[in-house]
Design a protein around this ligand. Structure first.
Ligand SMILES: Nc1ncnc2c1ncn2[C@@H]1O[C@H](COP(=O)(O)OS(=O)(=O)O)[C@@H](OP(=O)(O)O)[C@H]1O
Ligand SMILES: [Mg+2]
Ligand SMILES: [Mg+2]
Ligand SMILES: [Mg+2]
Length: 375
């Protein structure tokens, strides 16, 4: 757990630097830093950079060159002839971050990384998961769309043992320790990014959340740029909301309508008596929000045929559960992390709630309205 938290803290620093540079007006570096994948989703220098550093740091910490990691990105684009400029940016971002690894109580590599070291580190995350043994699961940047838009995103790292998520760490660089800081923070960030972006060293407005299966506790600590100054006693326990009356509950969901049916969730919300506007947030920050009691419900109904990937959920699931929440598919069954990179057998959608009462109502409402929906 300690290694995972340190590694995620370091990875968040890399992300913050890349995000600041992306937000520079007409930034020369920005134009080349975002690439479009075959499914037209974005991938950036930060996605590859984080995957490379997490891969290298984990294998270095555990002295295991063959450490097993399932992760979202691959090296195909960077290895291709038109990926040379991107690769160069990733090399610079990774070296800039790893040189500071000792600040996080981690080791820097003996020599600066060259392009082929980066490709190798990215490629090493090629585990395909499964029912047996132990492997890490990494979403280097979850909510890449939010990331490129200067908004919410998360670095998500989990450990799976024999098909069960045993620990999860969620780095949320733009999600302040206190919900009340969020508006102020976002307005400030947008304003600043038009003038001069904040230097990474002065930016302490994020948090890192983590939990270990079976402890019944989940924790949050501030994002730091010098781990030596971080006292583990600054970590505070987080807990889900105690609200169980739908009238006072808030639900959250993905921002993009391509990723979930906003109309179906609006119908569900109405039928169970939710009255507040949904909070649309990018990334697993939604899971962080449930775990620490900022919202009560998360719902996602992807289009038929879309298969959810384990890295989009693993870290968040264990944090929500240990913080006291309930998370299942829409049939009320636990998410199955034991069947490879996909959440195979997922029934319709995902529902996370601060407690069993709300969860029961929503699952019931899905059943009542599913057949008349167009999903
Ligand atoms: N079609 C479709 N349907 C459902 N989900 C999809 C789909 N395409 C992608 N993804 C995955 O969604 C991840 C982003 O989820 P978000 O909750 O951040 O979505 S949103 O941007 O707020 O709409 C996103 O994670 P990242 O790629 O890490 O950003 C994807 O893994
Ligand atoms: Mg992606
Ligand atoms: Mg993701
Ligand atoms: Mg991602």
């Amino acid at each position: 757990m300690e290694v995972a938290v340190r590694v995620v803290q370091a990875a968040c620093t890399l992300c913050q630097r890349v995000q600041s540079s992306l937000l520079l007006p007409a930034s020369a570096s920005a134009s080349g830093s975002v690439h479009s994948k075959i499914d037209r989703s974005p991938v950036t220098v930060a996605d590859w950079g984080v995957q490379a550093i997490v891969s290298w740091l984990l294998s270095d910490c555990f002295q295991d060159e063959n450490i097993s990691i399932v992760a979202e990105e691959d090296d195909e684009t960077l290895s291709s002839s038109d990926g040379a400029a991107l690769l160069e940016s990733v090399v610079a971002a990774v070296n800039g971050c790893l040189i500071e690894a000792p600040k996080y109580g981690l080791r820097s590599p003996e020599k600066e990384f060259k392009a082929h070291d980066i490709l190798q580190a990215i490629r090493r995350c090629s585990s395909i998961g499964g029912p047996k043994g132990r492997f890490w699961v990494l979403d280097p940047v979850d909510g890449t769309l939010g990331f490129v838009r200067g908004d919410q995103y998360a670095v998500a790292l989990a450990l799976i043992e024999d098909g069960e998520v045993v620990l999860g760490v969620l780095g949320c660089p733009n999600y302040p320790m206190k919900k009340e800081w969020l508006n102020y923070h976002q307005r400030y960030y947008r304003l600043m990014s038009k003038v001069s972006p904040p230097t990474s060293g002065s930016w302490h407005k994020g948090c890192v959340m983590y939990a270990h299966r079976g402890c019944g506790q989940a924790w949050m600590q501030p994002l730091v740029h010098d781990f030596g100054k971080l006292d583990w006693r600054n970590s505070r326990e987080v807990r889900v909301s105690t609200v169980s009356d739908p009238i006072s509950a808030t639900f959250c969901e993905p921002v993009e309508k391509a990723n979930t049916s906003h109309s179906f969730t609006a119908g569900l919300a109405h039928s169970v008596g939710l009255r507040k506007q949904p909070l649309r947030v990018y990334s697993m920050v939604k899971y962080a929000a449930i775990a620490r009691g900022d919202v009560e419900i998360f719902m996602k109904f992807a289009r038929a045929g879309y298969k959810e990937k384990i890295w989009d959920h693993a870290a968040g699931v264990v944090i929500i559960r240990e913080a006291g929440g309930v998370i299942t598919d829409a049939g009320g069954r636990p998410l199955d992390f034991s069947r490879g990179v996909f959440l195979e057998g997922l029934d319709r959608g995902i529902i996370a709630c601060s407690g069993p009462l709300l969860h029961h109502r929503i699952v019931g409402a899905v059943d009542a309205s599913w057949n008349s929906s167009t999903l």
